[in-house]
Design a protein. Structure first.
Length: 188
């Protein structure tokens, strides 16, 4: 007897074991993959230039995210603290696409704030880019990557509209979503 399709110790019992392992792996991936918390993208045209802009990206990340020591730093717990410089990575590349077809920019986060207790790291990344003549005067720049909170979907995208006839974008500000469990002292 091959055991295929048998109930009891063969067939189905083993397949549930594999399903359990698969579910555990997916749960672990979603728990690990939730490191992007919030972010904004702003730009300002460089003085004296009509086609060069500096992008300023302000982002907040889960400090305890530990895939390959992403937020390793000089803190006592070996994680990032203010003043550290961190290469932003994820399951997919975290990059700024400036909207003109040129390759995306990888990002380095200069940490400005960090809290082990609140489990966040916040910082600023800057990118200077020159848009080539003949490509138009309006572009959509996108900060994108993976991952954010599992219930929101895996990838994230934060956009800004670059209009080269203006001198700068609006100065956006984004507040993170905080989840508080009922009965934890913070919720009523």
């Amino acid at each position: 007897e091959s055991g295929i399709g048998r109930r009891g110790t063969g067939g189905r019992g083993r397949s549930w074991g594999w399903w359990g392992v698969l579910c555990l792996c997916l749960w672990m991936w979603s728990a690990e993959a939730a490191h992007f918390q919030s972010g904004t993208v702003a730009w300002e045209r460089v003085e004296g230039s009509t086609r060069t802009v500096v992008f300023t990206l302000r982002t907040m990340w889960l400090r305890s995210y530990s895939a390959e020591s992403v937020f390793a730093g000089s803190g006592l717990d070996m994680r990032a603290v203010p003043g550290d410089s961190v290469d932003l990575t994820g399951i997919e590349p975290v990059e700024l696409d400036v909207g003109d077809g040129s390759p995306g920019y990888s990002l380095k986060l200069i940490v400005q704030k960090a809290s082990p207790d609140e489990d966040f790291v916040y910082g600023v990344s800057t990118v200077m880019h020159t848009y080539q003549p003949g490509g138009g005067d309006a572009f959509t720049a996108v900060l994108r990557g993976c991952c954010r909170r599992a219930e929101l979907g895996a990838s994230f995208a934060v956009t800004t509209r670059v209009v080269l006839t203006a001198t700068q974008s609006l100065l956006p500000w984004s507040l993170p979503v905080q989840t508080v469990r009922a009965g934890s002292g913070g919720a009523r």
